[in-house]
Write a protein that binds this ligand. Structure first.
Ligand SMILES: C[S@@+](CC[C@H](N)C(=O)[O-])C[C@H]1O[C@@H](n2cnc3c(N)ncnc32)[C@H](O)[C@@H]1O
Ligand SMILES: [Zn+2]
Length: 407
């Protein structure tokens, strides 16, 4: 066993997050100017802003454990100071063991100290390996994990294949991506390289980002004759998260591939369309205004959350007194509402900007759409966003009429 009380030769402080008390680098000591991004300047990674991300991860894991209704094993192969894995072990009921790992010696050392401080030596193991090497070691039957949480710098794609192989049938995979510039179309070539799909700089690019990551996951899983079921996903600050369970079987993989396709977008009139096909390259013309449509994909066209799973997460959120509780429940409500709505959303700012109109309240326009018999919901992606089955032209005329009425 490695010594845990070896010297930590950098400034630290103890913080509490959820039920865990964690020794973390004292971030203020590592910034020279206000623009410095402290978490990556510190010798071990720790980002307090990700508390909401970790709170939601705790809720999702607890909801998953309740659904499978047995003791589960979890792996967090890119753990930093250990905060996420330690929170799983302290806050989620029904956890048999957690394995946390980091390639950095200093991170693994700090994680070991944190495991001891939280009295978790019996249930939490700390490793100090490359994540893919570690996961490969657990990729044989009976060795696999019930849940794996990949929370890297940038893109999770280098770890997806190993994670799929180290996950048991019906296991839960959680992925964070923070490389929003490629995923949102600022660096399209990088997105194609990493995710195998073309991004598009639209007002709903964060949703496209989730669909590109999920599409990439579906294609990697399919290689192993494994299908995926997305039970939750969200976008916040500078990252996206996807939670999916995996199902063994070539048929399941085929079903997942059946949910791949393209999203076509008309930059002239805001019209969108989905094309549920993988290998067709027809040029599409906008059915509303006749312009040539641009596209994003291949990407995931299936659902981005499961309403029942959201409900279970919500009841867990009410049980656990999380610091981000109120905000988290708000996000869960919105995601649950939009779970069954069609892909893409309209953004009122964008529409009103084109028509030189002020931006009306989202709720009022949603109400007007519903009065016309259209399904319409808000979205957690954007406070001015609306998901609806109505075409862009219908929405545009509803917005116009709204201002004519209030004149
Ligand atoms: C974003 S941080 C993890 C944050 C942590 N999951 C949390 O919730 O606070 C990413 C971590 O991955 C580690 N890392 C980078 N490449 C790795 C690799 N190939 N194998 C294992 N760990 C790696 C880094 O040292 C860093 O601590
Ligand atoms: Zn058009």
């Amino acid at each position: 066993m490695k010594k845990t009380n070896a010297n930590i030769d950098f400034p630290t402080e103890t913080i509490q997050e959820g039920k865990a008390k964690i020794l973390v680098p004292k971030l203020k000591a590592f910034t020279k100017q206000p623009s410095d991004y402290a978490p990556s300047k510190a010798p071990v990674f720790y980002n307090p802003v990700m508390e909401l991300n970790r709170d939601i991860a705790v809720l999702a894991l607890q909801a998953y454990q309740r659904i499978v209704d047995r003791e589960i094993s979890v792996c967090e192969p890119l753990t930093g100071c250990g905060i996420r894995g330690i929170r799983f072990a302290t806050e989620v009921k029904g956890i048999k063991k957690v394995m946390i790992n980091d390639i950095s010696d200093k991170a693994a050392q700090l994680a070991r100290i944190n495991v001891q401080r939280n009295k978790l030596d019996e249930r939490v193991t700390v490793k100090n390996k490359d994540a893919n090497l570690l996961l490969a070691h657990y990729s044989a039957p009976h060795k696999r994990f019930d849940a794996i949480d990949i929370d890297p710098f940038g893109s999770p794609t280098p770890y997806i294949d190993s994670a799929i192989r180290a996950l048991r049938n019906n296991g839960l995979l959680a992925l964070t991506a923070t490389d929003m510039a490629p995923l949102c179309g600022v660096h399209p070539k990088a997105c194609i390289r990493k995710y195998g799909g073309k991004p598009l700089r639209t007002e709903y690019c964060h949703e496209l980002a989730i669909r590109l990551l999920t599409g990439c996951l579906a294609m990697i899983a399919a290689k192993h004759d494994i299908g995926i079921h997305v039970i939750f996903s969200h976008s916040a600050n500078h990252y996206i998260r996807v939670y999916a369970t995996i199902n063994y079987g070539a048929k399941k993989a085929d079903e997942s591939i059946g949910k791949m396709g393209y999203i076509l977008h008309c930059f002239k009139c805001f019209h969108r369309k989905t094309a549920n096909e993988l290998f067709k390259t027809d040029q599409h013309r906008c059915s509303e205004c006749g312009s040539k449509m641009n596209f994003a994909g291949p990407l995931w066209l299936g659902k981005l959350a499961d309403q029942q799973f959201c409900k279970t997460m919500k009841s867990e959120a009410k049980r656990k007194a999380l610091k981000t509780g109120e905000k988290t429940v708000k996000i869960l409500n919105l995601i649950s509402e939009e779970a069954d709505a069609p892909p893409t959303y309209y953004v009122l700012d964008k529409i009103c900007d084109r028509m030189a109109l002020p931006v009306p309240s989202t709720e009022k326009i949603i109400r007007a759409l519903k009065e016309r018999g259209f399904k319409a919901t808000a979205t957690h992606f954007n406070p001015k966003g609306i998901r609806t089955g109505a075409d862009a032209s219908v929405l545009t005329s509803i917005v116009k009429e709204f201002f004519e009425k209030v004149k």
